[in-house]
Design a protein around this ligand. Structure first.
Ligand code: SAM
Length: 248
């Protein structure tokens, strides 16, 4: 597979080339509607060493988290998924210029990519920081965190894997709390298709909740050190954070 930067310039599959454009992903086969595994591909194969631990960031924006995190953990492969082409290009170019070898940036809808493309059990962490709040009720369906999304996280995470959440938005936090209240009880299994958790012990909740811990590299008082955190902190906003853990 070759990697492009998404603006017509195809580049060789070489370490240090970061962007995976939409048209580099093969089309979803028609049979995916009856066989949801038909379109699976393994993004770990896009890295120089596919055996390394693998983590996904949803909505990477300008790539500040990936830039610092990938440098701090060079033995981990990171896939940033960003659907806004302008930010995807910005982040890929920034990461390429920094010489980061263990990151790929994918220009796609992360919820669709998780659902239709990711094999089960591949990710040890899914990072979701400052997700768009979609404040109007009629737009809540656009929020990344939904029951269907949490079911896919359960499928894509390895046992013991984590979904890490940080938000500045009080209403989005209320939404997260409502979901977490259900997903840390066995009630949530009613929303989990067999494909997402084959052989799961349904007598215990799909997720446990754990207090959030920032990465080592953030500045004192910061949670994740992204552009949005710095901007919102300067505006005096408060933050909420948590970690959902798939039982080992
Ligand atoms: C508010 S910004 C936060 C960016 C970054 N995480 C940060 O903290 O600076 C949210 C980002 O998520 C992206 N995004 C929202 N929904 C997405 C989805 N379903 N798939 C991929 N990217 C998404 C947006 O384009 C935007 O860049």
């Amino acid at each position: 597979m070759s990697f492009g930067l998404g603006h017509g310039r195809e580049l060789d599959d070489a370490p240090g080339v970061i962007g995976v454009a939409r048209d580099e992903i093969p089309p979803l086969p028609d049979e995916a509607i009856t066989n949801p595994d038909a379109g699976l591909l393994d993004p770990r194969a896009w890295f120089a060493d596919p055996q390394r631990p693998f983590e996904i960031e949803i909505g990477s924006g300008k790539g500040a988290f990936l830039l610092a995190q990938a440098a701090a953990s060079p033995g981990v492969n990171y896939l940033g998924i960003e659907w806004a082409r302008e930010f995807y290009l910005y982040a890929a170019d920034r990461l390429r210029r920094a010489g980061v070898a263990n990151v790929r940036m994918l220009n796609a809808d992360a919820t669709e990519f998780l659902r239709w493309r990711c094999p089960p059990g591949i990710a040890r962490v899914i990072h979701l920081y400052f997700s768009d709040p979609w404040p109007k009720s009629r737009h809540h369906k656009n929020r990344v965190v939904q029951d269907a999304f949490l079911a896919q996280c359960l499928r894509v995470l390895a046992p013991g894997g984590e979904l890490r959440l940080v938000t500045d938005h009080p209403d989005l936090w209320t939404w997260y709390r409502a979901h977490i209240a259900r997903w840390t009880t066995t009630e949530a299994w009613a929303k989990v298709p067999e494909r997402c958790a084959p052989n799961a012990d349904r007598s215990r909740p799909p997720f446990d909740e754990r207090p959030y811990t920032p990465p080592d590299w953030v500045s004192p008082g910061e949670l994740i050190g992204t552009n949005y955190e710095r901007k919102y902190r300067a505006e005096g906003r408060g933050f909420n954070s948590t970690i959902l853990v798939k039982p080992a």
